[in-house]
Design a protein. Structure first.
Length: 237
């Protein structure tokens, strides 16, 4: 097994300790770390994260490692919609390189996906849950940019983000928030700070998650000087 550097180990432990595990669950911190590292230009560290996670006693057998792989892979699949394909692809290939053959998972989560009316309705429903009454101005902009409106409902939300068979609603929003915030995007970060509150996270939990992302940003030498905090959007929730 490859050795994880002390700096990377310190990073993982810092994120794990900062994450609000008591309220959001211990098995979710690594989703934030994975999305932030991948979006922040450190996709190769997905392999180190995998090796770190399989050292835990509950992941000592192939079945538990396959479950972990599905969760990591699903997080990276969702990241494609907010980061692009290349960095998530690099991350999953790096994970694959350090896996034992017996620990690999060969399931195919979207084998039967169709871009049909049901997909559109599912994507639209999740879009409205995140944006609620704030969707109007965005839809108005889409009138002059219909390709993006179509992509948002059918692909970003229909194909990627409304699929909660592996990662549930809160886990999905953790991935999205981390993947967006690490890119230092003001408006989109604000939307998903708000969205995180709307799917049931407390303001304290969202702030703690942001601190996790800031830990990764500092490690990756990324300046997050454009992003708001949950207190800035709380009046909109």
């Amino acid at each position: 097994m490859a050795e994880i550097s002390s700096e990377v180990l310190s990073l993982f432990r810092s994120v794990q300790e900062t994450f609000p595990s008591k309220s959001l669950g211990d098995g979710r911190w690594f989703l934030v770390a994975l999305a932030a590292l991948t979006g922040g230009g450190k996709p190769e560290l997905a392999a180190d994260l995998y090796l770190y996670l399989i050292q835990e006693q509950e992941r000592s057998n192939p079945e538990s490692r396959q479950v972990l792989t599905r969760r990591l892979r699903e997080a990276l699949v969702k990241c494609v919609s907010i980061i692009g394909v290349c960095r998530p692809l690099e991350a999953i290939f790096c994970i694959d390189k350090v896996q034992r053959p017996v620990d690999k998972d060969y399931s195919f989560s979207r084998e039967n996906w169709k871009c049909d009316e049901a997909n559109y309705e599912r994507g639209t429903a999740w879009l409205h849950r995140i944006y609620s009454h704030n969707i109007g101005p965005i839809d108005e902009k889409f009138q002059a940019h219909k390709d993006f409106g179509w992509i948002s409902r059918n692909i970003t939300y229909g194909l990627y983000l409304s699929d909660h068979t592996i990662l549930n609603d809160i886990e999905t929003e953790l991935v999205v928030l981390a993947g967006i915030m690490i890119q230092n995007l003001h408006h989109e970060t604000a939307w998903h700070l708000r969205g995180s509150r709307r799917v049931g996270m407390s303001s304290e939990d969202v702030e703690a998650v942001q601190q996790c992302i800031e830990v990764v940003a500092k490690f990756a030498n990324i300046n997050l000087d454009k992003i708001p905090h949950v207190a800035d959007i709380e009046h909109e929730v």
